[in-house]
Write a protein that binds this ligand. Structure first.
Ligand code: ADP
Length: 578
């Protein structure tokens, strides 16, 4: 909370835990001054925090409420299975009680390796209802990485789907210590992993279990590992308060209500599904589970259940846009799609809009519970030609509802001018930021240096207050002293009608130091195209110094979260140049 006192911006720090008054003094200029002020007659004992007017914020309360208000309402669809809110709540309470009976409680980690199925959704409630911390594992990880995370997070129990049997077995062997296992039968893989069956495990718990509300909203709720593009992944610790706030902010931003039908195209393991695991329940909407991203299944489910909302990385949108005509459907209702996690090329936004989807562009990181920034729609854009509109929407945008603030700053932490040109680092401040990295005080201190969270993303601030990400700091190409945004070159490539995917990295250049090297994959129906054709296209669409010198055709290597592995491509670009 900020009070403006004369020319000095004062930040009011209310320490609810201790009601301390601390005058930290003034920082330079109007930048920051933390003064705890509780005004005279408002400071009376009878105005204090008591049980009647204060409870720790937690998204677990969303499920309790949905079950109380709408016990028979459809909460979850999974293939032919249906669960009401009353049933899901009972299952989550069973899970929490079963975990407690196995000795799991506050401070313990429970890992889950499963696709977007009811068990993983239930774990988002059942595990913290036992006081424990949920660690949803990325299903695309190899056994070594899974073993690393199980070890680092000190998992006390693993719930795993049989689909990932081989990875589970190898990871447990590598872990080198026994780990209690609960396994989910997927209906296809009959081989048991030697654990307790999930449904049997639920049977051990009481459906009326009186779960303890967290006393402290700062208590950890989940542990999410970053994809570790630069070494071992970091364990991001979320708190109940941030999960509660981000979920409600997302529900409002995405227009969710009790009629919403949400299709799970975004992995629940990715930032807890950007907190939609809790947001959809907050409004008592319906979750539609989805084992894997398959365009035919997605179009079919949207039609069958009249899905209103879905989220996904631009690659998911790209898959839908390039799906065979035979599986594509037109809908007589609007399907809202939120995309983020990587820059969506405007060509992809346009293709989705043309199919009748309404696209919202979000930006965020694991550290910010998923979306922190939204390209808020302006009515004035309505009349713009579709290309121009898609261009506006391809910007990352403004602070989301619950974000404390965002700035684009130079290395001295001064704001860059809002000219749409000057590059700086995007920094964030919010109640919806992680507590820190598990067992990594150094990385946490670096991330929070100067009182702001450093995203490591380079951005510009436009005159209308919208932020546009130009690159990750390590991906920017510096050619003859000029910065070239790899995203800008990729954006031009994506506008080519036959380019399906594009990634641009710095390649060594004897004259300019670095120059752009493009890796592209073509659409299935593409005519034969040469590097010269692609370069000619870029020349027509980009300043000359930004045009790739080299173009390589073929599938792009991806990380376990579906992002292009640019470090790998940088190595390949180096090899090509040598
Ligand atoms: P990881 O850091 O392990 O790749 P994250 O999901 O935390 O996993 O990735 C966050 C990063 O993804 C951001 O720092 C940014 O570089 C990129 N990103 C996320 N959303 C967008 C977006 N809308 N546009 C451009 N880049 C994005």
């Amino acid at each position: 909370m900020c009070l403006t006192l004369g020319s000095v911006t004062r930040e009011l720090r209310l320490d609810l835990g201790r009601s301390s008054r601390e005058d930290v003094g003034e920082a330079r200029g109007s930048e920051r001054c933390i003064v705890s002020v509780i005004g005279g007659h408002y400071d009376a004992p009878h105005l204090a925090r008591v049980a009647a007017n204060f409870a720790a914020l937690t998204p677990l309360s969303f499920l309790a409420r949905a079950a109380a208000v709408y016990p028979d309402k459809l909460a979850v669809i999974d293939g032919d299975a249906r669960y009401s809110y009353g049933e899901i709540y009972a299952r989550c309470r069973r899970l929490a009680d079963a975990l407690q009976r196995r000795g799991i409680g506050p401070g313990d980690t429970v890992a889950v390796l499963a696709p977007n199925i009811p068990a993983l959704l239930e774990a988002h409630y059942g595990v913290p209802m036992a006081g424990a911390v949920l660690n949803a594992l990325n299903t695309r990880l190899d056994a070594r990485s899974v073993a690393f995370i199980l070890g680092h997070g000190q998992a006390k129990l693993l719930i795993a789907d049989r689909e990932f049997g081989p990875v589970v077995k190898a990871a447990l062997a590598e872990l080198g210590r026994p780990l209690p296992l609960v396994e989910i039968g997927d209906g296809q893989h009959a081989d048991t992993l030697g654990g307790t069956l999930y449904e049997t495990f639920l049977g051990e718990g009481d459906p009326a279990f009186d779960w303890p509300r967290p006393l402290d909203e700062w208590a950890p709720i989940t542990l999410n590992y970053t994809s570790g593009t630069t070494g071992n992944p970091k364990g991001v610790v979320y708190h109940h308060r941030g999960a509660f706030l981000n979920a409600l902010g997302n529900a409002i931003t995405f227009g969710l209500d009790r009629h919403s039908v949400y299709l799970w195209t975004l992995p629940m393991f990715h930032c807890n599904g950007w907190t939609y695991t809790w947001a959809v329940t907050a409004v008592a909407g319906t979750h539609v589970c989805l084992r894997r991203v398959d365009p035919a299944a997605i179009f079919g489910l949207i039609e069958k259940h009249r899905v209103t909302n879905l989220c996904g990385a631009p690659i998911v949108l790209n898959l839908l846009a390039h799906a065979p005509e035979a599986v594509k459907r037109r809908f007589d209702h609007i399907v809202e799609v939120a995309t983020g996690g990587a820059a969506p090329p405007s060509a992809v936004i346009r293709a989705m809009e043309e199919m009748g989807f309404r696209v919202t562009h979000l930006y965020g990181l694991t550290e910010s519970y998923g979306p922190s920034t939204v390209c808020a729609w302006q009515e004035a854009w309505e009349g713009l030609p579709i290309d121009e509109r898609a261009g506006r929407m391809a910007r990352q945008g403004v602070a989301s509802l619950t974000l404390g603030g965002q700035r684009v700053v130079d290395p001295a932490m001064a704001d860059v001018p809002a000219d749409g040109v000057t590059l700086g680092e995007l920094v964030l401040r919010s109640n919806t930021l992680m507590r820190g990295y598990l067992k990594n005080p150094r990385a946490t201190a670096e991330a929070f240096a100067e009182g702001w969270f450093h995203t490591g993303d380079l951005a510009v601030m436009h005159p209308d207050g919208y932020v546009e990400i130009k690159d990750r700091a390590k991906d920017i190409i510096i050619s003859g002293g000029e910065n070239i945004s790899s995203l800008e070159v990729e954006e031009a490539l994506y506008r080519h009608p036959h380019i399906m995917e594009a990634a641009v990295v710095a390649g060594p250049d004897p004259k300019w130091g670095e120059s752009p090297c493009a890796f592209v994959s073509l659409t299935p129906n593409a005519p034969p195209l040469s590097a010269a054709d692609i370069i000619a296209w870029c020349r027509a669409n980009l300043a000359h110094y930004k045009v790739p010198r080299t173009v390589v055709f073929g599938p792009l290597p991806k990380t376990s979260t579906g992002k292009v592995q640019k470090f790998d491509l940088r190595d390949r670009a180096k090899e090509l140049a040598s």
